[in-house]
Write a protein that binds this ligand. Structure first.
Ligand code: SF4
Ligand code: SF4
Length: 215
């Protein structure tokens, strides 16, 4: 029982710690740290499963801040996770775009607009430079360019904005999934009711036939 209580306390502390660590990450959700999102990486650092030098967008400044917050030594960025670069944004070669929507599906901050079979465009203001759309494009028409609008900006200058957009996207995806599931359930119920009514009609017809006096 005491062990269970200690475990609960540890989980609570780890979760609070993870949130503090997450607040220092740039929120690009780029997965280069080896985790599916910034918060997942923060949780891994908090639990001791990941090191503090795995975030290329955070770079040296991010590592410095993590080291200071956690009372650890600074260390260079792990090259296995990538290299530190100036802030970039994605641009789409609109002539080459075939409108397949694959880039929209992977963009963590809904920074790409377009519709099926129509040309797509990156909203430069919203792109966080995560690069996830680049390998997703089947015709290789997305390139990363230096973001001229944010020269020398701190690594996490827009972190709160990106987090809000990421959470809004997750909420949208969850809402769409719920709507799809509700629609499928409604269709199934409709088919079930139609089948049931057809069976009841058939039974009623058979009974009526049996009840008719023989000529
Ligand atoms: S447009 Fe591409 S690089 Fe920019 S945030 Fe979206 S997926 Fe990442
Ligand atoms: S993945 Fe490439 S081809 Fe497909 S919509 Fe995006 S930019 Fe266009």
């Amino acid at each position: 029982m005491a062990g269970q209580a200690a475990q609960t306390v540890t989980a609570t502390v780890a979760s609070e710690l993870a949130l503090r660590i997450d607040a220092l990450l740039p929120q690009t959700q780029c997965t280069r740290c080896g985790y599916p999102a910034c918060l997942a990486y923060a949780e891994a650092i908090a639990s001791g499963d990941a090191d503090i030098n795995q975030c290329p967008p955070g770079g040296a400044q991010g590592i410095r801040e993590l080291a200071a917050a956690l009372g650890r030594d600074e260390k260079p960025l792990n090259p296995a996770n990538g290299v530190e670069k100036p802030a970039e944004i994605a641009v789409i070669d609109e002539e080459a775009c075939i409108g397949c929507t694959k880039c929209i599906q992977v963009c963590p901050v809904d920074a790409i607009v377009g519709a099926n079979k129509l040309m797509h465009t990156v909203l430069g203001e919203e792109c966080n430079g995560c690069e996830l759309c680049v390998p997703a494009c089947p015709v290789d028409c997305i390139a990363m360019i230096v973001d001229a609008a944010r020269p020398g900006a701190p690594h996490n200058a827009r972190a709160s904005h990106y987090r809000r957009r990421y959470e809004a996207r997750n909420a949208r995806l969850a809402r769409e999934r719920d709507e799809r599931e509700a629609m499928i359930a409604a269709r199934k119920a409709e088919v079930r009711d139609t089948t049931r009514n057809a069976v009841l009609d058939a039974i009623a017809r058979a009974r009526a036939k049996r009840a008719r006096p023989n000529p």
